[in-house]
Design a protein around this ligand. Structure first.
Ligand code: DX5
Ligand code: ZN
Length: 227
């Protein structure tokens, strides 16, 4: 088994039909146990998406690992509602500030703890927190919208994060988010990412579960057979 390049695909429901989220979750359940939930507050990012009530509703239909990406300015205020709603992990942005306090609060709620950084935020901003998190999310687009183009200039930062995690022998999942498709999956996996968020590439496909499997194959650097 190619353990070194094994990746998890986290389908982003931002690209799914919001009127049919339960079926969207069902469409990928055979291919991955993760679901990426993009939470936007119209303040940290210029868009509004979903909040704890939607997570709670979806939880009644899905046993997936809910990887909640909080693109919000006041995470401290909403960690508990997300925990109660059934979030599995919460990932907060380092740009928001009070990072240590937020990570501690998420840990105290028994949530998985993730830290995200924007394309223009240097790796040094998250480095002090690496031994306190379960997941590091390196954004490969500026957050706020699905369907944007992958920013290849972020690849060196992914490699830098991989090297630091390996050097410290840390149990931190390295995740990337934004513009992941079958061609960019190989690039980010090659740079060291092991959890790949994909919205459009999964839910714009007529068979989302097959799209997930193709991304997994693509991340291995192989050419998918049979199209
Ligand atoms: C962007 C979100 C992403 C987005 C990814 O703000 O954090 O998770 O849904 O969408 P695609 O895969 O379409 O770039
Ligand atoms: Zn996201």
């Amino acid at each position: 088994m190619p353990a070194s390049r094994e990746v998890t695909i986290a389908p982003s429901i931002l690209a799914a039909d919001f009127g049919n989220l339960a079926s969207a979750a069902g469409e990928v359940a055979s291919a991955t146990s993760w679901l990426h939930v993009d939470v936007m507050d119209g303040h940290f990012v210029p868009n509004i998406s979903i909040g704890p009530p939607v997570v709670a509703s979806l939880r009644r239909h899905s046993g997936a690992f809910f990887d909640c990406h909080l693109m919000i300015s006041e995470p401290l205020r909403y960690l508990e509602p997300f925990a109660r709603a059934g979030a599995s992990s919460v990932t907060v942005h380092v740009e928001v500030g009070r990072t240590g306090e937020v990570l501690d609060a998420a840990r105290a709620l028994s949530l998985g703890v993730g830290l995200a950084l924007n394309p223009d935020t240097p790796f040094e901003a998250v480095e002090p927190y690496l031994d306190r998190i379960d997941l590091l999310l390196v954004m490969t687009v500026f957050p706020g919208f699905g369907g944007q183009s992958f920013m290849a200039e972020v690849l060196p930062k992914v490699a830098e994060a991989r090297a630091a995690i390996d050097r410290g022998r840390l149990d931190v999942s390295l995740e990337v988010d934004g513009g992941i498709d079958e061609s960019t999956a190989a690039l980010v996996a090659g740079a060291g990412a092991r959890v790949l968020v994909a919205g459009s590439a999964v839910f714009r496909d007529a068979r989302p579960w097959e799209a997930v499997r193709r991304l997994q194959t693509a991340a291995q650097g192989d050419v998918p057979r049979g199209g």
